[in-house]
Design a protein around this ligand. Sequence first.
Ligand code: GCO
Length: 450
Amino acid sequence: MRRADFGDDFTWGVASAAFQIEGAPDADGKRPSVWDDLGRKGRIAGGRVGDVAIDFYNRWESDLDLIQWLGVNANRFSISWPRVFGDGRGPWNDAGGAFYDRVIDGCLARGLEPWVTLYHWDTPSALQREGGWTRRGIVDDFAAFAEAVAQRYGDRVKHWMVFNEPLSVTGHIAAGLLDNRVPQPVKALRAVHHMNLACAEAGRRMREILPADADIGITQVVSVAHPYESTDERTNRARRAVEALLCDMFIDPAGGLGYPFDANPLLKAMRPAIEDGDLELAKFTYDFLGVQYYGPAPVKAFPIPGLRAIVLPWARGSQTKLRSEVGVPVDADGLLWSLRKYAKHPAARRLVVTENGFGMQDRLRDGRVRDDIRTWYLREHLQAVLDARAEGIPVDGFFEWSYADNVEWFLGTRARFGLFYVDYDNDLARVAKDSAYWFHRLLTDPDGAD
Ligand code: GCO
């Protein structure tokens, strides 16, 4: 496999997120986020691991050097809302904002296009206490934050993602993980609608502020159901129901298709949140859909009298060969099917794989991390991207998650996704894993990598 196989217009990047790498929870006027609170409440494995994370706040220069060494031409990272915008509604915090000036300028100085995610889950604590995404008023709060960020960095940042994975935030709310541990599935479905409104409004306001060539996208979990196709109607109903829940209730409204209530009647619980005119407000054509693919959603239809189909997305004995150490089924074919499904979706003009990576508990032995399975995983999924491009599917970028091990949310630092190993027992030293050397060869050696 060679970089040249993907064409000169292809974007190669690595991805990360503020809370997972920065640390410095109180530095330079930063206000707390819901994830700082979760760490302090002991809800994250290892406790307040986010307070240091991998110390990117202080090590951003040497980390950008490592990212540059990989041979990528882009670096995806996120802005911490409470680091730059107080308790959520401003005023702008210049000292906090200056940190992202340094990172953006540092990227540009190293030939790394900054790809900026506006929101990667770190809701300001003050807004979370008001209800977070279950409160419709957050739509205006978020849009004002988006405007402020675009005004500050729009002169240097061309590529934007307004939101990272609304599905994940929805799951956190549904399971009651963000506050008092009381599951709130109905409130979560209504929060879906608020997120959809917020993303579209942020997109519109950014479009007004940013230069005409601004590239505005959104990242979504895209895990198509497995089996990827079937002749059995009950199975296909199950597949549609799962994809409606995991992907289409977020992507379809942006494309003017409304909500897939027919595919999954459970979604009708969100109806009280939908006000007159909302479906028009939820529309926004993104320049790209950020496809976040780790594995498919295995489904198995269980015929239950009176119910059209009940599905268990993570059915036991799923058809895929392997699961990562964080329990995600592995099947690169699912990425090709995902790219096929959204290739012509009205919500976006093109596709970019904005996250793909393999979580495992790497071990550092004799100064080396042997992670052949991660190299195999990356090669398989890059091949799926090549296959998609060969079919004429407009996918023109790939961001590996992540450049370095970091705080994997509730799992803390146990699950490792990085190309660089972070030695938490040795001053957070970064050590290139075997997969990092493979990725470096692929991107810098004209003969590519096997
Ligand atoms: C996600 C998030 C990342 C995760 C990564 C590994 O997709 O869940 O964007 O923050 O850390 O995907 O699970």
